[in-house]
Ligand binder design. Structure first.
Ligand SMILES: Cc1cc2nc3c(=O)[nH]c(=O)nc-3n(C[C@H](O)[C@H](O)[C@H](O)COP(=O)(O)OP(=O)(O)OC[C@H]3O[C@@H](n4cnc5c(N)ncnc54)[C@H](O)[C@@H]3O)c2cc1C
Length: 378
């Protein structure tokens, strides 16, 4: 047992009103909204990583709310009402990011987004047009115009893609720098008075009596009146009853490609593949559908199989014929489950969770943070 000095007990490790576990986007936006609502509350945020180490600093930086084939698939699997509700949450989340930070602070760039429809997908033009019309009608109230999506096939040649029969444009989509957004949020919540402890994993907690007691990997016990768990893919380590499974996402980044012919964020195959320009580089991720079983893991590694699939897509479709090196490869872990709607709820008196952001937590987190702050009446 680590022996604490009286000074430590009365300062760094003193009793808090609220402890937040997990300092990814959801933990950070929750801390922000809690502090805005309850400025006098003492809040401590704890993360097992040296920096937030799950998905928030390891994603692709798409500021997006869903592509056409993905939203149509979601409508079929999860219903129209839930799909539209999630789209609205994402759209409002992006607005909140823009209200809170300048473009420069977080590397926000509005190049627009696109979805590639390949020859091999064999989607008839008539079906595509009617899906676009349907979504434009349904999204009109959310985005404020009847034209969220439009066919933009003339750009295929200019962008230099191969094997692509149609391109759908979404001019509301943008890209940002997730590392800078995390840092900016961290700075903001610290300036509001939130204390952040890194490299401290919460092993378990007890809440039979007040205060709630949290056992840490450092042998130190923390205590608080309320607990908020924002550990996303890792949620079942503390809350085994939840429907949250880890899903690994792998990414690669090419070396700079002088004269790269496209700017923007791109989706393919119901969102299973995604790429964007990063200056003159290409960032490409996904292909999880090529090995669902192996990628159902919280191990942060890359594999030859998925990286090979990504490189094949890069060389055959995105920059056909070009010879380019790969400078970065990494993976991050998403939290998925039977439903796409995040789990934002009270677990027991004083215990709350906000987890399961699926593949679009950048946009969702600001709204989720606001929801949970409202729920955690103190
Ligand atoms: C490769 C990849 C690409 C993606 N691309 C996009 C994209 O372009 N756009 C988009 O909107 N979304 C994208 N996502 C999804 C998005 O990144 C996530 O939905 C979002 O970051 C989830 O945030 P979070 O705070 O819920 O979880 P996380 O960022 O995973 O944060 C959870 C934190 O909890 C900590 N933790 C876990 N267990 C414990 C414990 N017991 N004690 C203490 N700390 C603990 C972890 O260290 C971690 O920092 C992508 C994800 C991946 C993996």
């Amino acid at each position: 047992m680590h022996q604490l000095s009286i000074w430590e007990t009365q300062s760094f490790f003193r009793h808090r009103d609220i402890i937040i576990v997990g300092s990814g986007f959801v933990g950070l936006w929750s801390a922000y909204h809690l502090k805005k609502r309850y400025p006098r509350k003492k809040i401590l945020m704890v993360d097992g990583g040296l920096i937030p180490t799950g998905a928030s600093t390891r994603n692709a930086g798409f500021a997006c709310f869903g592509s056409v084939t993905e939203l149509i698939a979601d409508t079929l699997h999860h219903g129209e009402e839930q799909t539209l509700e999630i789209v609205e949450m994402r759209f409002r989340g992006l607005e909140k990011i823009n209200e809170t930070f300048s473009n420069k602070q977080i590397g926000f760039e509005s190049f627009g987004g696109y979805e590639l429809i390949s020859d091999s997908q064999q989607i008839e033009l008539g079906v595509l047009r009617s899906n676009i019309d349907y979504l434009n009608r349904k999204l009109r109230k959310i985005v404020g115009t009847p034209k969220a999506f439009r066919l933009h096939d003339s750009a295929i040649k200019a962008f230099g893609f191969a094997g692509v029969s149609h391109l759908i444009e979404n001019k509301f989509e943008a890209q940002l720098h997730p590392g800078r957004l995390c840092q900016a949020l961290l700075k903001k919540v610290q300036s509001m008075g939130v204390t952040v402890l890194s490299s401290t994993t919460i092993k378990n907690f007890t809440h039979t009596d007040q205060p709630i007691r949290l056992e840490t990997s450092r042998g130190i016990t923390l205590n608080s009146d309320q607990l908020l768990i924002c550990t996303n893919a890792f949620a079942r380590e503390l809350l085994p009853e939840l429907d949250v499974e880890p899903a690994r996402g792998q990414v690669l980044v090419t070396s700079p490609i002088p004269g790269l012919r496209f700017r923007g964020t791109f989706h393919f195959d119901e969102g299973f593949y995604y790429f964007r320009n990063l200056g003159e580089r290409v960032l490409l991720g996904g292909a999880r559908n090529k090995a669902f079983q192996e990628e159902h893991t919280a191990t942060m590694e890359t594999t030859d199989l998925i990286q090979g699939e990504l490189e094949k897509f890069l060389r055959e479709t995105i920059i056909p014929g070009a010879s380019v090196g790969i400078d970065y490869r990494w993976s991050g872990i998403m939290g998925m489950g039977g439903a796409k709607m995040p789990i934002v709820r009270q677990i027991a008196p004083g215990i709350f969770c906000a987890v399961r952001m699926s593949g679009m937590g950048v946009a969702l987190a600001p709204v989720i943070g606001e929801q949970i702050a409202k729920m955690m009446k103190t």
